[in-house]
Design a protein around this ligand. Sequence first.
Ligand SMILES: [Zn+2]
Length: 454
Amino acid sequence: MPAKMLYEAKDEVVSLLQKLIRFNTTNPPGNETQAAEFLKETLESEGFECEFFESAPGRGSVITRIKGKTRKPRLLLLSHLDVVAANPEEWSVDPFAGIVKDGFVWGRGAIDMKSMTAVEVMIMKLLKRNGVKPRGDIILAATADEEMGGEAGVGWLVKKHPEKIRAEYVINEGGGFTIPVKNRNLYTVQTAEKAIVWLKIRAKGTPGHGSIPGAADNAVMRMAKIVQLLGSYRSKIKLVPTVKRNLEELAKGGGIQQRFFTKLLANPMLADKVLDMLAKKEKSLAETIRAMLRATIAPTIIHGGVKENIIPSRCEAVFDCRILPGQTKDMLLNEIKAVLKKNGVELDKLEFEILQENTPSESPVETPLYTAIEKTLREFDPNCGVTPFMMTGGTDSRFLREIGCVCYGFMPTKPDLPFNEFLKMAHGIDERISIQNLVFSLSVLYRLVENFMT
Ligand SMILES: [Zn+2]
Protein backbone atom coordinates (compact mmCIF):
# COMPACT_ATOMS: atom_id res chain seq x y z
CA MET A 1 0.00 0.00 0.00
CA PRO A 2 1.37 3.42 -0.91
CA ALA A 3 1.71 6.20 1.66
CA LYS A 4 -1.37 8.35 1.94
CA MET A 5 -2.79 11.07 4.12
CA LEU A 6 -5.27 9.55 6.56
CA TYR A 7 -7.99 12.18 6.19
CA GLU A 8 -10.64 9.61 7.10
CA ALA A 9 -9.29 9.67 10.69
CA LYS A 10 -9.21 13.48 10.87
CA ASP A 11 -12.34 14.06 12.96
CA GLU A 12 -11.45 11.27 15.34
CA VAL A 13 -7.92 12.44 16.06
CA VAL A 14 -9.07 16.06 16.44
CA SER A 15 -11.72 14.96 18.91
CA LEU A 16 -9.18 12.89 20.88
CA LEU A 17 -6.91 15.92 21.18
CA GLN A 18 -9.78 18.22 22.22
CA LYS A 19 -10.82 15.80 24.96
CA LEU A 20 -7.24 15.45 26.22
CA ILE A 21 -6.77 19.24 26.40
CA ARG A 22 -9.96 19.50 28.51
CA PHE A 23 -8.38 17.46 31.31
CA ASN A 24 -6.43 20.08 33.21
CA THR A 25 -3.20 18.20 33.86
CA THR A 26 -1.13 21.23 34.83
CA ASN A 27 1.98 19.95 36.61
CA PRO A 28 2.36 20.64 39.49
CA PRO A 29 0.26 18.91 40.67
CA GLY A 30 -0.31 16.90 37.48
CA ASN A 31 -3.57 15.05 38.14
CA GLU A 32 -2.98 12.88 35.09
CA THR A 33 -5.19 10.03 36.32
CA GLN A 34 -8.41 11.29 34.71
CA ALA A 35 -6.74 11.68 31.34
CA ALA A 36 -5.12 8.25 31.67
CA GLU A 37 -8.49 6.70 32.57
CA PHE A 38 -10.09 8.34 29.57
CA LEU A 39 -7.47 6.77 27.31
CA LYS A 40 -7.96 3.41 28.98
CA GLU A 41 -11.70 3.60 28.29
CA THR A 42 -11.40 4.64 24.69
CA LEU A 43 -8.79 1.93 24.00
CA GLU A 44 -10.74 -0.76 25.83
CA SER A 45 -13.83 0.09 23.80
CA GLU A 46 -11.88 -1.18 20.78
CA GLY A 47 -10.72 -4.38 22.43
CA PHE A 48 -7.36 -3.28 23.85
CA GLU A 49 -6.24 -4.55 27.22
CA CYS A 50 -4.78 -1.68 29.20
CA GLU A 51 -2.68 -1.49 32.32
CA PHE A 52 -3.08 1.47 34.59
CA PHE A 53 -0.38 2.62 37.01
CA GLU A 54 -0.38 5.29 39.68
CA SER A 55 2.98 6.31 41.12
CA ALA A 56 1.03 8.35 43.72
CA PRO A 57 -2.66 9.25 44.08
CA GLY A 58 -3.73 11.15 40.97
CA ARG A 59 -0.49 10.48 39.07
CA GLY A 60 -1.76 8.00 36.51
CA SER A 61 -0.08 6.46 33.47
CA VAL A 62 -1.61 4.01 31.00
CA ILE A 63 0.06 1.31 28.90
CA THR A 64 -1.27 -1.01 26.21
CA ARG A 65 0.18 -3.14 23.43
CA ILE A 66 -0.44 -4.95 20.20
CA LYS A 67 1.30 -8.30 20.42
CA GLY A 68 3.95 -9.02 17.84
CA LYS A 69 4.56 -12.23 15.91
CA THR A 70 7.98 -12.56 17.55
CA ARG A 71 9.58 -10.95 20.56
CA LYS A 72 11.65 -8.37 18.72
CA PRO A 73 11.94 -5.61 17.84
CA ARG A 74 9.53 -3.91 20.18
CA LEU A 75 8.49 -0.34 19.43
CA LEU A 76 7.23 1.99 22.17
CA LEU A 77 5.07 4.97 21.27
CA LEU A 78 5.60 7.27 24.24
CA SER A 79 3.97 10.51 25.35
CA HIS A 80 3.34 12.45 28.54
CA LEU A 81 -0.08 13.56 29.75
CA ASP A 82 0.91 16.50 31.95
CA VAL A 83 1.32 20.09 30.78
CA VAL A 84 2.84 23.29 32.12
CA ALA A 85 0.68 26.05 33.58
CA ALA A 86 -1.26 28.44 31.36
CA ASN A 87 -2.52 31.85 32.45
CA PRO A 88 -5.98 32.29 30.86
CA GLU A 89 -5.63 36.08 31.02
CA GLU A 90 -2.73 35.98 28.58
CA TRP A 91 -4.46 33.71 26.08
CA SER A 92 -6.90 34.72 23.36
CA VAL A 93 -8.93 31.52 24.04
CA ASP A 94 -9.56 29.37 27.13
CA PRO A 95 -6.38 27.22 27.33
CA PHE A 96 -8.33 24.21 28.63
CA ALA A 97 -11.40 24.35 26.38
CA GLY A 98 -9.83 22.48 23.46
CA ILE A 99 -11.54 24.61 20.86
CA VAL A 100 -11.14 24.43 17.09
CA LYS A 101 -10.70 27.77 15.36
CA ASP A 102 -9.21 28.81 12.00
CA GLY A 103 -8.19 25.24 11.21
CA PHE A 104 -6.22 24.83 14.43
CA VAL A 105 -6.84 22.98 17.69
CA TRP A 106 -6.06 25.44 20.48
CA GLY A 107 -5.07 24.75 24.06
CA ARG A 108 -2.32 23.94 26.52
CA GLY A 109 -0.75 20.71 25.31
CA ALA A 110 -1.70 21.17 21.65
CA ILE A 111 2.03 20.98 20.85
CA ASP A 112 3.62 19.76 24.10
CA MET A 113 2.39 17.08 23.81
CA LYS A 114 -1.21 15.95 23.87
CA SER A 115 -1.28 16.12 20.09
CA MET A 116 1.24 13.30 19.98
CA THR A 117 -0.75 11.33 22.56
CA ALA A 118 -3.84 11.68 20.35
CA VAL A 119 -1.86 10.66 17.26
CA GLU A 120 -0.30 7.64 18.99
CA VAL A 121 -3.66 6.44 20.37
CA MET A 122 -5.16 6.86 16.89
CA ILE A 123 -2.30 4.82 15.40
CA MET A 124 -2.99 1.97 17.84
CA LYS A 125 -6.69 2.02 16.96
CA LEU A 126 -6.01 2.05 13.22
CA LEU A 127 -3.47 -0.77 13.47
CA LYS A 128 -6.04 -2.89 15.26
CA ARG A 129 -8.88 -1.99 12.90
CA ASN A 130 -6.68 -2.78 9.91
CA GLY A 131 -5.61 -6.11 11.38
CA VAL A 132 -1.89 -5.23 11.19
CA LYS A 133 0.34 -8.01 12.55
CA PRO A 134 3.64 -6.43 13.62
CA ARG A 135 6.99 -8.23 13.93
CA GLY A 136 7.42 -7.39 17.62
CA ASP A 137 5.13 -5.76 20.18
CA ILE A 138 3.92 -2.24 19.54
CA ILE A 139 3.52 -0.61 22.94
CA LEU A 140 1.75 2.63 23.80
CA ALA A 141 2.52 4.47 27.04
CA ALA A 142 0.96 7.79 28.04
CA THR A 143 2.59 8.87 31.26
CA ALA A 144 2.62 11.36 34.12
CA ASP A 145 5.08 13.99 35.28
CA GLU A 146 7.40 14.78 32.37
CA GLU A 147 7.22 18.52 32.97
CA MET A 148 8.56 18.18 36.53
CA GLY A 149 11.34 15.75 35.65
CA GLY A 150 9.46 12.49 35.05
CA GLU A 151 10.36 10.80 38.36
CA ALA A 152 6.64 10.13 39.00
CA GLY A 153 6.08 8.95 35.42
CA VAL A 154 8.58 7.26 33.11
CA GLY A 155 11.27 7.38 35.80
CA TRP A 156 8.96 5.49 38.15
CA LEU A 157 7.90 2.98 35.49
CA VAL A 158 11.50 2.25 34.54
CA LYS A 159 12.29 1.57 38.18
CA LYS A 160 9.15 -0.38 39.16
CA HIS A 161 7.90 -1.99 35.95
CA PRO A 162 10.72 -1.88 33.37
CA GLU A 163 9.36 -4.93 31.54
CA LYS A 164 6.14 -3.02 30.76
CA ILE A 165 7.79 -0.28 28.73
CA ARG A 166 11.16 -1.64 27.69
CA ALA A 167 11.50 -1.68 23.91
CA GLU A 168 14.35 -1.79 21.44
CA TYR A 169 12.99 1.40 19.86
CA VAL A 170 11.07 4.36 21.24
CA ILE A 171 9.35 7.25 19.49
CA ASN A 172 8.79 10.24 21.75
CA GLU A 173 8.58 14.04 21.66
CA GLY A 174 11.35 16.53 20.97
CA GLY A 175 11.78 16.40 17.19
CA GLY A 176 9.95 16.12 13.90
CA PHE A 177 9.50 19.83 13.34
CA THR A 178 11.16 21.30 10.28
CA ILE A 179 14.00 23.77 10.17
CA PRO A 180 13.49 26.28 7.37
CA VAL A 181 16.20 25.59 4.85
CA LYS A 182 16.17 26.93 1.32
CA ASN A 183 13.65 25.24 -0.97
CA ARG A 184 13.05 22.18 1.17
CA ASN A 185 11.87 20.98 4.55
CA LEU A 186 14.62 19.73 6.82
CA TYR A 187 12.92 17.43 9.34
CA THR A 188 14.52 16.97 12.73
CA VAL A 189 14.85 13.71 14.63
CA GLN A 190 15.77 14.28 18.28
CA THR A 191 18.61 11.86 18.92
CA ALA A 192 20.30 13.57 21.87
CA GLU A 193 19.61 15.87 24.77
CA LYS A 194 21.65 17.81 27.27
CA ALA A 195 21.18 17.42 31.01
CA ILE A 196 20.70 19.89 33.83
CA VAL A 197 23.14 20.43 36.65
CA TRP A 198 21.64 23.03 38.97
CA LEU A 199 24.51 24.26 41.07
CA LYS A 200 24.46 26.46 44.15
CA ILE A 201 27.65 28.22 45.16
CA ARG A 202 27.96 29.74 48.62
CA ALA A 203 30.61 32.41 49.09
CA LYS A 204 31.83 33.06 52.62
CA GLY A 205 33.57 36.13 54.02
CA THR A 206 34.06 38.04 57.26
CA PRO A 207 31.32 40.42 58.41
CA GLY A 208 32.04 44.00 59.37
CA HIS A 209 30.59 47.48 59.64
CA GLY A 210 29.57 49.16 56.42
CA SER A 211 31.41 52.32 57.44
CA ILE A 212 34.83 50.62 57.38
CA PRO A 213 34.67 48.32 54.34
CA GLY A 214 38.38 47.56 54.26
CA ALA A 215 38.31 45.74 57.60
CA ALA A 216 35.79 43.14 56.44
CA ASP A 217 35.82 40.46 53.72
CA ASN A 218 32.71 41.09 51.62
CA ALA A 219 31.04 37.86 50.41
CA VAL A 220 28.84 39.78 47.94
CA MET A 221 31.94 41.14 46.19
CA ARG A 222 33.39 37.63 46.04
CA MET A 223 30.16 36.34 44.51
CA ALA A 224 29.93 39.26 42.07
CA LYS A 225 33.28 38.19 40.67
CA ILE A 226 32.18 34.55 40.45
CA VAL A 227 28.94 35.44 38.68
CA GLN A 228 30.84 37.63 36.24
CA LEU A 229 33.46 34.93 35.56
CA LEU A 230 31.09 31.99 35.16
CA GLY A 231 28.35 33.92 33.39
CA SER A 232 30.74 34.98 30.63
CA TYR A 233 32.76 31.75 30.57
CA ARG A 234 32.74 29.66 27.43
CA SER A 235 33.40 26.02 28.22
CA LYS A 236 35.50 23.78 25.97
CA ILE A 237 33.94 22.92 22.63
CA LYS A 238 32.93 19.31 22.08
CA LEU A 239 31.21 18.16 18.91
CA VAL A 240 28.91 15.24 19.79
CA PRO A 241 27.89 12.98 16.84
CA THR A 242 24.33 14.34 16.68
CA VAL A 243 25.46 17.95 16.48
CA LYS A 244 28.13 17.18 13.91
CA ARG A 245 25.56 15.49 11.64
CA ASN A 246 23.10 18.31 12.28
CA LEU A 247 25.63 20.97 11.24
CA GLU A 248 26.57 18.94 8.15
CA GLU A 249 22.91 18.87 7.11
CA LEU A 250 22.51 22.61 7.77
CA ALA A 251 25.64 23.27 5.72
CA LYS A 252 23.91 21.73 2.68
CA GLY A 253 21.16 24.31 2.91
CA GLY A 254 22.57 27.12 0.80
CA GLY A 255 22.59 30.81 1.64
CA ILE A 256 24.45 32.33 4.55
CA GLN A 257 23.90 29.26 6.72
CA GLN A 258 25.84 27.13 4.27
CA ARG A 259 28.73 29.58 4.34
CA PHE A 260 28.85 29.80 8.12
CA PHE A 261 28.37 26.13 8.93
CA THR A 262 30.87 24.97 6.34
CA LYS A 263 33.42 27.29 7.91
CA LEU A 264 32.51 26.10 11.40
CA LEU A 265 32.88 22.43 10.49
CA ALA A 266 36.25 23.07 8.87
CA ASN A 267 37.62 24.06 12.27
CA PRO A 268 35.19 23.47 15.14
CA MET A 269 37.66 24.85 17.68
CA LEU A 270 37.24 28.29 16.09
CA ALA A 271 33.45 27.98 16.14
CA ASP A 272 32.97 31.01 18.38
CA LYS A 273 34.56 33.33 15.82
CA VAL A 274 32.20 32.06 13.15
CA LEU A 275 29.20 32.21 15.49
CA ASP A 276 30.04 35.78 16.58
CA MET A 277 29.77 36.78 12.93
CA LEU A 278 26.57 34.79 12.40
CA ALA A 279 25.08 36.34 15.55
CA LYS A 280 25.17 39.77 13.89
CA LYS A 281 22.68 38.46 11.34
CA GLU A 282 20.81 35.65 13.14
CA LYS A 283 21.36 35.93 16.85
CA SER A 284 19.03 33.24 18.18
CA LEU A 285 20.27 30.67 15.66
CA ALA A 286 23.91 31.46 16.45
CA GLU A 287 23.40 31.27 20.21
CA THR A 288 21.41 28.03 19.93
CA ILE A 289 24.26 26.44 18.00
CA ARG A 290 26.76 27.80 20.51
CA ALA A 291 24.84 26.07 23.31
CA MET A 292 24.96 22.82 21.34
CA LEU A 293 28.75 22.86 21.19
CA ARG A 294 29.55 22.97 24.89
CA ALA A 295 28.36 22.84 28.49
CA THR A 296 26.70 26.13 29.44
CA ILE A 297 26.51 28.00 32.74
CA ALA A 298 23.78 30.58 33.38
CA PRO A 299 23.59 32.46 36.69
CA THR A 300 19.88 32.61 37.57
CA ILE A 301 19.47 33.46 41.28
CA ILE A 302 21.55 35.50 43.71
CA HIS A 303 21.02 36.26 47.39
CA GLY A 304 23.28 38.17 49.75
CA GLY A 305 23.20 40.71 52.55
CA VAL A 306 20.67 41.38 55.31
CA LYS A 307 21.11 44.99 56.42
CA GLU A 308 22.18 48.33 54.94
CA ASN A 309 25.20 48.79 57.20
CA ILE A 310 26.50 45.22 57.57
CA ILE A 311 29.13 43.89 55.22
CA PRO A 312 27.72 40.48 54.36
CA SER A 313 29.66 37.35 55.28
CA ARG A 314 27.56 35.10 53.06
CA CYS A 315 26.25 35.29 49.54
CA GLU A 316 24.82 32.49 47.47
CA ALA A 317 23.96 32.09 43.82
CA VAL A 318 22.38 29.43 41.67
CA PHE A 319 23.70 28.47 38.25
CA ASP A 320 21.62 26.62 35.67
CA CYS A 321 24.29 24.48 34.00
CA ARG A 322 23.68 22.15 31.07
CA ILE A 323 26.07 19.39 30.11
CA LEU A 324 26.50 17.46 26.87
CA PRO A 325 26.16 13.72 26.25
CA GLY A 326 29.41 12.20 27.43
CA GLN A 327 29.96 14.83 30.12
CA THR A 328 29.38 14.45 33.87
CA LYS A 329 28.63 16.82 36.69
CA ASP A 330 32.11 16.18 38.13
CA MET A 331 33.80 17.14 34.88
CA LEU A 332 31.87 20.41 34.91
CA LEU A 333 32.58 21.10 38.59
CA ASN A 334 36.30 20.57 38.05
CA GLU A 335 36.23 22.94 35.10
CA ILE A 336 34.37 25.58 37.13
CA LYS A 337 36.82 25.31 40.01
CA ALA A 338 39.78 25.60 37.67
CA VAL A 339 38.37 28.77 36.10
CA LEU A 340 37.74 30.35 39.49
CA LYS A 341 41.15 29.39 40.83
CA LYS A 342 42.93 30.66 37.75
CA ASN A 343 41.22 34.02 38.22
CA GLY A 344 42.20 34.40 41.85
CA VAL A 345 39.01 33.27 43.61
CA GLU A 346 39.89 31.45 46.84
CA LEU A 347 38.21 28.07 46.64
CA ASP A 348 38.39 27.52 50.41
CA LYS A 349 35.93 30.41 50.81
CA LEU A 350 33.34 28.60 48.68
CA GLU A 351 30.88 25.75 49.10
CA PHE A 352 29.40 23.88 46.16
CA GLU A 353 26.05 22.12 46.29
CA ILE A 354 24.25 20.27 43.50
CA LEU A 355 20.55 21.12 43.80
CA GLN A 356 19.30 18.91 40.99
CA GLU A 357 20.81 16.93 38.16
CA ASN A 358 19.91 14.42 35.50
CA THR A 359 21.79 12.62 32.78
CA PRO A 360 22.47 13.69 29.21
CA SER A 361 21.74 11.07 26.59
CA GLU A 362 22.28 10.26 22.94
CA SER A 363 21.03 7.50 20.66
CA PRO A 364 22.97 6.39 17.59
CA VAL A 365 21.84 7.61 14.18
CA GLU A 366 22.87 4.48 12.29
CA THR A 367 19.84 2.33 13.12
CA PRO A 368 17.12 0.65 11.04
CA LEU A 369 14.52 2.95 12.63
CA TYR A 370 16.37 6.10 11.54
CA THR A 371 16.60 4.69 8.01
CA ALA A 372 12.86 3.92 8.12
CA ILE A 373 12.14 7.50 9.21
CA GLU A 374 14.11 8.86 6.23
CA LYS A 375 12.36 6.49 3.82
CA THR A 376 8.89 7.25 5.21
CA LEU A 377 9.34 11.03 5.15
CA ARG A 378 10.43 10.87 1.50
CA GLU A 379 7.24 9.00 0.63
CA PHE A 380 5.32 12.07 1.80
CA ASP A 381 7.77 14.87 0.99
CA PRO A 382 10.14 13.63 -1.75
CA ASN A 383 12.63 16.52 -1.65
CA CYS A 384 12.95 16.74 2.09
CA GLY A 385 16.07 16.46 4.20
CA VAL A 386 16.32 14.70 7.56
CA THR A 387 18.70 15.66 10.33
CA PRO A 388 19.47 14.37 13.80
CA PHE A 389 19.03 17.07 16.40
CA MET A 390 20.09 17.68 19.98
CA MET A 391 17.78 19.45 22.41
CA THR A 392 19.34 21.83 24.92
CA GLY A 393 16.48 20.87 27.25
CA GLY A 394 15.38 17.36 28.17
CA THR A 395 12.59 14.79 27.77
CA ASP A 396 11.68 11.43 29.25
CA SER A 397 13.81 9.75 26.58
CA ARG A 398 16.80 9.94 28.93
CA PHE A 399 15.28 7.32 31.28
CA LEU A 400 14.84 4.88 28.43
CA ARG A 401 18.19 5.56 26.78
CA GLU A 402 19.71 4.74 30.15
CA ILE A 403 18.25 1.22 30.02
CA GLY A 404 19.45 0.71 26.45
CA CYS A 405 16.50 1.77 24.29
CA VAL A 406 17.11 3.66 21.06
CA CYS A 407 14.91 6.76 21.45
CA TYR A 408 14.02 9.28 18.82
CA GLY A 409 11.96 12.43 19.29
CA PHE A 410 9.81 12.50 16.18
CA MET A 411 6.39 14.09 15.70
CA PRO A 412 6.61 15.21 12.08
CA THR A 413 4.98 18.53 11.22
CA LYS A 414 5.19 20.91 8.29
CA PRO A 415 5.94 24.60 8.76
CA ASP A 416 2.53 26.29 8.69
CA LEU A 417 3.40 28.98 11.22
CA PRO A 418 6.42 31.32 11.02
CA PHE A 419 9.38 29.42 12.55
CA ASN A 420 9.88 31.92 15.38
CA GLU A 421 6.23 31.72 16.35
CA PHE A 422 6.33 27.92 16.24
CA LEU A 423 9.34 27.85 18.58
CA LYS A 424 7.40 29.87 21.15
CA MET A 425 4.41 27.49 21.02
CA ALA A 426 5.53 24.84 23.52
CA HIS A 427 4.93 26.23 27.02
CA GLY A 428 3.88 29.51 25.35
CA ILE A 429 0.74 31.56 24.91
CA ASP A 430 -1.96 30.50 22.41
CA GLU A 431 -0.41 27.06 21.92
CA ARG A 432 -2.07 25.41 18.91
CA ILE A 433 -1.59 22.87 16.15
CA SER A 434 -3.13 22.92 12.70
CA ILE A 435 -5.52 20.11 11.86
CA GLN A 436 -3.49 19.67 8.68
CA ASN A 437 -0.39 18.95 10.76
CA LEU A 438 -2.27 16.64 13.08
CA VAL A 439 -3.32 14.54 10.08
CA PHE A 440 0.18 14.80 8.60
CA SER A 441 1.77 13.52 11.83
CA LEU A 442 -0.73 10.72 12.11
CA SER A 443 -0.21 9.69 8.49
CA VAL A 444 3.60 9.74 8.59
CA LEU A 445 3.86 8.00 11.95
CA TYR A 446 1.28 5.37 11.00
CA ARG A 447 3.17 4.71 7.79
CA LEU A 448 6.46 4.60 9.70
CA VAL A 449 5.11 1.96 12.06
CA GLU A 450 3.84 -0.01 9.05
CA ASN A 451 7.19 0.30 7.22
CA PHE A 452 9.27 -0.55 10.27
CA MET A 453 7.20 -3.13 12.09
CA THR A 454 5.69 -5.27 9.32
ZN1 LIG B 1 6.80 17.65 26.53
